[in-house]
Design a protein around this ligand. Sequence first.
Ligand code: SAM
Ligand code: SF4
Ligand code: F3S
Length: 463
Amino acid sequence: MPDSLQEKEYSKAKLIGFCAQYFSQNGQAPLAYVHSFGCQQNVSDGEKLKGQLADIGFGFTNEQTQAQLIIFNTCAVRENAEDKVFGTLGDLKHFKEQNPETIIGVCGCMAQQKHIADKIKSTYRQVDLVFGTFAYNEFYQMLWDVIANKKRVLNISESSFEISEDFKQIRDDKLRAFVPIMYGCNNFCTYCIVPYVRGRERSRKPQAVVEEVRQLISEGYKEITLLGQNVNSYSYGFAELLREIDKIQGKFRIRFMSSHPKDASRELIDTILESEKICKCLHLPVQSGCDRILKAMNRHYTKVQYLDIINYAREKCPEFSFSTDLIVGFPGETYEEFCETKELVKQVKYDNIYSFVYSRRSGTKAAEFEDNISDKQKGLWLRELLLEQREITSQWFSRYIGKTVEVLVEGEGRTGEGYLTGKNDAGVIVELEGDKKYIGEFVQVRITKAMNWALAGELVEDK
Ligand code: SAM
Ligand code: SF4
Ligand code: F3S
């Protein structure tokens, strides 16, 4: 490397030139592989990282071995998410030995934890760059330090707390877009690592959010999902924001997640029902159906309060659908308490549930709680819950039979040639026979069959 390139400060122009030179492969643009694990928030961060990379001349590949820059944007919510990343990093040791010029980076929630960043630094020498959830603004400087200054970089400081509106995004999907409205979390549920790795709540200005959605719709996006760990605590008023977005011209759907039940108000339900474009469904993570466990989780609502919001919505609109997150085997939970969760699931009749075995997260309060139930036992409880839900969905989905629902067609179906797949308003998968020309369109589908994972139907409207 020429000495002149051993410089502390980067400039974007120098970085572009240097990347082209450093990663040069027969004059081709350098390629990056960026993989995001975890939630939609992480996917959105990954899309911003790709935007920054595209701006300095990178193209993208889905093949790790084709890339000159490999970045894993990680999740820390459960231990198995972390294990997956360590496994992948281990697999890359040999590859890095053979390809020393390839840069390997780890970022996101897992990297934000000091003990993990230290472990990567000391044990996974093949990793050149480790940065947390606050360091995206410093990405170019970090990349410069790695490639031009030949440093291994570790940056998990929480210094840049401000929301940058300047990032271009390279989105993975052409139909559905994620739009964060806020970052961080203030709730400190006792099991959860998110507040520790994402910091305190910060809300984006409503004008910035509305403008981004307007732009996406003009580009042809058909479904917008607003993101936040608890959208109901959006600083500038969530219902008001929804009403503003609903006014944007065009045919599209609005979804959002997640809503914390302690803040999900009747006003929110009314806003959904009065709107034109907001899906009549709500992801309302309950976590447990037992009041003692909810208290130990620091969730700030009881089962009765939770059911009140469900009942209010269903009284006003019987077809209103709900989905939820559940944790099985929270420390100290008994089988009887777990059965209360099963009962709640039976009572609410969710269209979808996302259930997880409790995973101990070091640094959280619940990590200190006594936990006498084995993971194997918890796994059996989870199975029991899933079987219960499967039974419920088989029956519950049959309410759609004979009805006509609007489906956004997302792609070709699993059944093969001539079949399409999409989702209805409630986010339930719908399979139908139809021409590929409908991909990306809203179509009307008459439901003829209900399975325990999806619906099937026939096209009733030829556009
Ligand atoms: N902010 C959302 C809320 O409160 O509803 C949840 C976001 S969290 C990233 C997604 C889900 O992961 C949670 O709803 C919870 O069910 C699950 N989760 C979080 N921490 C967990 C843990 N330690 N073990 C198992 N599941 C966990
Ligand atoms: Fe985690 Fe609770 Fe915050 Fe959701 S609200 S991210 S579960 S601490
Ligand atoms: Fe999301 Fe996982 Fe982080 S669920 S906020 S990527 S810990």
